[in-house]
Design a protein around this ligand. Structure first.
Ligand code: BGC
Length: 754
């Protein structure tokens, strides 16, 4: 950043600061005036969030007892709520929330797949489109993005997040919030906190975690989401260090509000206050209400406890009126800051029409998402892209199952709109003059009952007539998402049998994996010619995937999480702490397994392009730096292949000697670069020295002077490095710790020339 630019942006920030302070003061005055008119029931209504139900009491919207609603996703449904609201005395706008996880009418590839694009602008655009498609029917709030980091893909909700890395997850958290807000939704950072670290990958399970780790690894994506304007935070279902997050004052007050300076509202998760009885907190709903509300939860999602028990809690002095006023103020501030008054009307016919037609922009983004998220994992003989094929066999029911293309969160998308892999490949093949035989084989082939040997043998025989076989296997939509933890990430026995039977034909076999997490490929990898992950392709993602298969575009996706060889390796991430006995093939007494390699199948950041790109050893624009400096890590990237490619240059840093044990490497920046065939380009990735620190026990954040090893390359195993000497350190309180990737537009722009 040049000094001139710093001065300009500082001036702009000051003006914006004054403007936003004046705006905030005006909102506070409005809140004061409104609160003077509110009864106790009105106030408790504001901290209540009621969900659509078969029998929904619309009169409670009119009386103000329900001050917020959720899941009235279609215009006719929300119109009924509005009709009731129009009769209310104070006409305080309602927050109307729903889960918009990866699209609404148009479905994109789910968030974990989107993360594989490493493309912030594309993620921002998809979130904005999802929001635009939702506001038409009156939704003004969403429970997204999920910013939970995860190192154990046994957890089904890994599909909703950004993977395992703090830097990438923080970049994406910010980009997604910006997109949702630009499209008109209040965004929620969820789930606070550490929900992705449940024991054994089981959903809702307890988490034990040290606070330095929490602050280094788990909080930064929340901080990035809040910095980008997430006005709400959802507390998580899990217990954290022995106290359920929903009733955890230390998390919500000390960490979220004091240290992270969060000013918005905290909502509970679905029914979580009621479920505290199962945590053993108390059998008494009154106690649970008091514990949660006093811990800092401002809004009760779907337990209806605040509405029922806060009056008694206040009458008995267990909850103060001041605490109620504080929560109400937070809710009202979110509503006024988001201008929700202007959104409390709906033209059901117009909204219905908007939802009925698919939007062209959504289609373009979804296809581009398909291109940018198709992750080529294995292609040793360059069998992809498909060339000179006259007859193609597409095998496996997952290739032609619209519902499975939609993944676990279909929102308002419609099955009839889904372009399946079968359809997209058939259409693209036709352009290449190739015909396609589709063979359902054993359907999704997930369950042993589907192992009909004869069906598999018939499919293999028919597929053997083709020049190339594309087989689609992986997860069904029900095997991914919430409450879909898996104890074994292996492909199912019928799927493996199918792939083996196809491989036995001697014809080239390309495996497309669908699903929301890594799956084990050990049993098939040496038998097939190529493997690519296509996630859940959504409405149009298959079109982009088909373009990649036929070489219209080179694959550019990179893994946002480590891909294991075996479920027993989990949890697994590239940025683990070192041990005193690093794994060594020559020494038994080291950090490894005796029955499987210690390395993952594919490392974080990995993904193949068509052709070969090379990244040179890194050099620095300066070899020594101070805590407040930014250094540029410069590499040359060469495309020696015959196709245009997009490479993602990744920079990892290791603090060699420190007062705490430090990960052997951490991603600190990356840049995407488009290269024509034969082209070489120099790429500079800026790294802030302030981002190289860590948190200590008292919560403060330190950067220690000394040597930092800077690696650059194409994935987390990059070997080339150079050393950087940091000559001065710093120590700051938790709120002053740098948020990764706030300068995200400067980083990672595809094709940006340095
Ligand atoms: C999930 C949340 C979601 C909520 C509302 C819960 O079960 O944990 O992520 O936002 O339901 O649908």
């Amino acid at each position: 950043m040049s000094p001139r630019w710093s001065a300009v942006s500082l001036a702009a920030a000051l003006v914006a600061g004054f403007a936003s302070q004046a705006h905030a003061d005006a909102i506070d005055r409005r809140i004061d005036a409104l609160m003077r008119k509110m009864t106790l029931e009105d106030k408790i209504g504001q901290v209540t969030l009621a969900s659509i139900a078969e029998v929904f009491d619309y009169d409670k919207v009119t009386s103000g007892a329900y001050g917020n609603v959720m899941n009235f996703g279609t215009a006719p449904e929300f119109a009924k709520v509005l009709a009731a609201w129009r009769k209310s005395r104070l006409k305080i706008p309602l927050l109307h929330g729903t889960d918009i996880i990866y699209g609404n009418r148009t479905l994109f590839v789910p968030p974990l797949g989107q993360a594989a694009s490493f493309d912030l602008a594309l993620n921002r655009a998809a979130s904005e489109q999802a929001a635009l498609e939702s506001v038409a029917a009156g939704t003004n709030w969403t429970y997204a993005p999920m910013v939970d980091l995860n190192r154990d893909p046994r957890w089904g909700r890994v599909v909703e997040g950004a993977g395992e890395d703090v830097h990438l997850a923080s970049c994406l958290a910010g980009a997604r919030v910006e997109g949702l807000r630009a499209g008109g939704l209040v965004a929620t950072a969820k789930h606070f906190v550490a929900y992705g670290f449940g024991e054994g990958g089981r959903d809702y399970d307890a988490v034990e975690m040290g606070e330095p780790f929490l602050r280094d690894r788990v909080l930064p994506p929340f901080r990035a989401a809040i910095a980008a304007g997430a006005q709400t935070v959802m507390s998580s279902f899990n217990a954290f260090n022995g106290v359920p997050a929903t009733a955890n004052r230390h998390l919500l007050d000390d960490i979220l509000r004091r240290d992270m300076k969060f000013r918005g509202l905290v909502t509970s998760d679905w029914g979580a206050i009621d479920q505290l009885k199962n945590h053993g907190l108390s059998p008494d709903p009154l106690d649970l209400t008091v514990a949660t509300f006093n811990a800092g939860v401002d809004l009760d999602m779907a337990s209806d406890f605040f509405r029922k028990y806060l009056p008694t809690a206040i009458a008995q002095g267990k909850v103060s009126k001041a605490r109620l006023d504080e929560a109400v103020r937070r809710v009202l501030r979110v509503k006024f800051e988001a201008d929700l008054e202007k959104r409390m009307h709906l033209d059901p016919e117009a909204a219905k029409a908007a939802q009925a037609k698919l939007d062209r922009r959504g289609r373009e983004i979804a296809i581009e998402m398909g291109r940018r998220t198709t992750l080529l994992l294995h292609n040793p003989k360059d069998r992809l892209p498909l060339a000179g094929v006259k007859r193609l066999a597409v095998v496996g029911g997952l290739a032609d199952s619209p519902r499975d293309h939609m993944g676990p969160h279909p929102a308002l998308s419609q099955m009839g709109d889904i372009v399946t892999l079968r359809a997209a490949i058939t259409e693209r093949a036709a352009k290449a003059g190739a015909s396609v035989d589709y063979l359902a084989a054993c359907g999704a082939c997930r369950f042993p009952a589907e192992t009909d040997e004869a069906t598999i043998a018939d499919a293999a025989k028919a597929a053997g007539e083709a020049d190339v076989i594309v087989v689609v296997v992986g997860e069904t939509y029900e095997e991914s998402g919430e409450a879909a933890a898996r104890a074994d990430l292996a492909l199912s026995a019928p799927q493996v049998k199918l792939v083996e039977a196809l491989a036995a034909t001697g014809k080239p076999v390309v495996v497309l994996l669908t699903g929301g997490r890594p799956m084990l490929v050990e049993t098939i990898i040496d038998k097939v010619d190529a493997i690519a992950m296509v996630w859940f392709p959504g409405t149009y993602g298959a079109i982009g995937a088909a373009e990649v298969l036929f070489g219209d575009v080179s694959p550019s996706a990179r893994l946002p999480l480590t891909w294991p060889r075996s479920t027993g390796q989990l949890p697994l991430s590239y940025d683990r702490l070192p041990t005193g006995r690093p794994a060594s093939a020559d020494d038994k007494w080291t950090n490894k397994y005796i029955d499987i390699a210690w390395t993952p199948r594919f490392p974080f950041g990995y993904g193949l392009s068509y052709g070969t790109t090379t990244v040179s050893a890194p050099r620095l624009d300066k070899a020594t730096a101070k805590a407040e400096d930014t250094v540029k890590v410069v590499v040359s990237v060469t495309n020696s292949g015959r196709m245009a490619v997009r490479e993602t240059v990744q920079v990892y840093v290791n603090d060699v000697i420190a007062s705490r044990s430090r990960p052997s490497r951490e991603l600190k920046g990356y840049a995407q670069v488009d290269l024509a065939p034969g082209e070489t380009r120099e790429v500079a990735v800026p790294i802030r020295i302030a981002s190289l620190g860590f948190h200590v026990e008292d919560g403060s954040y330190v950067v220690e002077p000394g040597t930092f090893r800077v690696f650059a390359g194409k994935d987390a195993t990059a070997e080339a490095f150079t050393d950087l000497e940091v000559t001065s350190g710093s120590k700051v309180p938790p709120w002053a710790a740098p948020i990764p990737c706030v300068d995200r537009d400067e980083a990672a722009k595809p094709g940006k020339r340095p």
